[in-house]
Ligand binder design. Structure first.
Ligand code: UD1
Ligand code: CA
Length: 493
């Protein structure tokens, strides 16, 4: 088939969504509905793609610009929604130079496949009719246009509200996807009339005109594939279909999914073989998961790369990050955008990273905040360490070279550099760079006072007894707050 231009109808309001957001911008597996027909147009090698917009058109245009290839989409405005035929009329000026085929898609039918359109193309090749379309057999055909046939040949599409009782009993319905010869489309649109129950220009009336020029080809699709989104129930059903399809593809390619109905893996995500994914896991955006990984229950991964053999333990939340081969993260770790773990690195429970790079074999096993840092290989970050990256105005970086040991409960006040092999004693507040192989001790010296522990306990016990006995008279309380005599000074440890 020669050149194809695509026309996507998306001017309708989508009243039944009951939403401020235009219908085609509602997200389906993370992408707006309109991204799906746009992708289909690209797969069909559409030379020109025109989107008919109306309701919420500014928002729709902005969103389309963010979609892959969206910068090349042309827009036609239909200010008043006077029917699908009228929508196509509005788009023709944007397609003046096109003389091949016009593919017409609905903005709200996201699961239609390239394969079905290729089937339709093949059907058209052996036909003299200037139009072909996709049909299906809905479980409940209320609202759909019925495909009226005589001796198997298509005669017309009749909209639900215009059907005779006999036509209403027809099971085969119009899916709203057409391939039409451009010259025929231009002349036939001029003949459309609004003489129907809805007083609109129906694109479907072109079918009867095309049938006079030859047998109109159709291909039948599954209902799930051409399911249109009219309300949020449809949206949820279609999303479930898409997630199930993805899950099945992954399982067939060697990925283990435990209880796949609870797992949400978005279409663009890739997962390598022998990776094991637990219940309730969400993997979204452009994430890529390697082979032989373990993703434990409840993990959220967004726009994240997990290299081969890594393990992400339960309930970790990770966005915009890279996890090296064989690394281990979690349980309950949080990696914010810009985090990058080297091979065999280890990030344990309640550790948060933000925009921090961690070298191979480095570890932060418990309770730490590591923001805006560069950590070399083989470093050990103790429990409770904090990179103090923010001074209230600016963010600063913490640099930790290889083989550094940071003891528990240290604060590193950025900007600061701990050079190779440095050793930071526990409880330090580090404000200055630490030279190679040095030990930094930055805390008050300990003092042990002999007997003071015992004396303190005795005083507190006496006070408590006094209060109970004296029924809390203010006088009694005042007397009892006299301090014990300080004991002799102990030797510091
Ligand atoms: C349409 C078909 C019907 C088919 C059904 C499949 C017509 C007359 N009927 O009915 O045979 O079974 O789709 O889902 O075509 N739109 C505009 N401007 C308008 C009207 C509609 O851009 O003036 C857009 C809508 O935003 C939507 C698409 O066209 O994306 C389909 O319109 P909709 O009103 O949903 O058509 P249906 O009544 O469902
Ligand atoms: Ca519809």
């Amino acid at each position: 088939m020669s050149r194809i231009a695509t026309l996507i109808l998306a001017a309708g309001q989508g009243t039944r969504m009951k939403s401020q957001l235009p219908k085609v911008l509602h997200p389906l597996c993370g992408a707006p509905l309109i991204a799906y027909p746009l992708q289909l147009a690209a797969q069909m090698k559409s030379e020109t793609t025109v989107l008919v917009v109306g309701h919420g058109r500014d928002a729709v245009q902005r969103a389309v610009a963010q979609c892959p290839g969206g910068d090349r989409v042309r827009f036609a405005v239909q200010t008043e929604q006077r029917g699908t035929g009228h929508a196509v009329m509005c788009a023709l000026p944007a397609l003046k130079e096109h003389d091949g085929w016009m593919l017409i898609l609905s903005g709200d039918v996201p699961l239609l496949t390239h394969r079905t359109l290729q089937r339709l193309q093949r059907q058209m090749q052996g036909s003299t009719a200037p139009l072909g379309f996709v049909t299906f057999v809905p479980g409940n055909s209320a609202g759909y246009g019925r495909v009226v046939r005589e001796n198997d040949e298509v005669r017309a599409i009749v909209e639900h509200r215009d059907c005779t009782p006999k036509q209403r009993a027809i099971k085969e319905a119009n899916a709203g996807t057409y391939l039409i010869e451009a010259a025929f489309l231009r002349s036939a649109l001029k003949k459309l009339r609004q003489d129907n129950a809805q007083n609109e220009f129906f694109l479907t009336d072109l079918v009867a005109m095309a049938a006079q020029r030859g047998a109109v080809p159709t291909v039948q699709a599954d209902e799930a594939e051409v399911h249109g989104i009219n309300d949020r129930v449809d949206l949820a059903q279609v999303e479930r279909v898409l997630l199930s399809q993805k899950a099945q593809t992954l399982m067939r390619n060697g990925v283990t999914l435990h209880d796949p109905d609870t797992i949400c893996i978005h279409p663009a995500v890739s997962v390598g073989p022998d990776t094991d994914i637990g219940r309730g896991v969400h993997i979204t955006g452009q994430s890529r998961i390697g082979a032989g990984c373990h993703i434990e229950p409840g993990v959220l991964l967004h726009d994240t790369v997990v290299a081969d053999g890594a393990r992400v333990r339960a309930y970790s939340v990770i966005e915009g990050s890279h996890i090296g081969a064989g690394a281990q993260v979690g349980p309950m770790a949080r990696l914010r955008p810009g985090s990058r773990l080297g091979d065999n690195a280890h990030v344990g429970n309640w550790v948060e990273l933000k925009n921090t790079v961690m070298g191979d074999n480095s570890k932060a096993s418990h309770l730490a905040y590591l923001g805006d840092g560069d950590i070399g290989d083989n470093a050990n970050i103790g429990a409770g360490v904090i990179f103090c990256n923010y001074d209230g105005y600016l963010k600063h970086r913490t640099t930790i070279e290889e083989d550094v040991f940071v003891g528990s409960d240290c604060q590193l006040i950025a900007p600061v550099t701990l050079h190779r092999g440095a050793y930071i004693a526990s409880g330090a507040t580090v404000t200055h760079d630490v030279p190679e192989d040095a030990m930094a001790i930055a805390r008050a010296r300990q003092v042990n006072r002999a007997d003071m522990g015992r004396l303190f306990r005795e005083r507190q016990a006496a006070e408590k007894a006094l209060r109970a006995a004296a029924n809390e008279s203010p006088k009694a309380r005042r007397k009892s707050t006299a301090r014990p005599k300080p004991p002799a000074k102990g030797k510091p440890r």
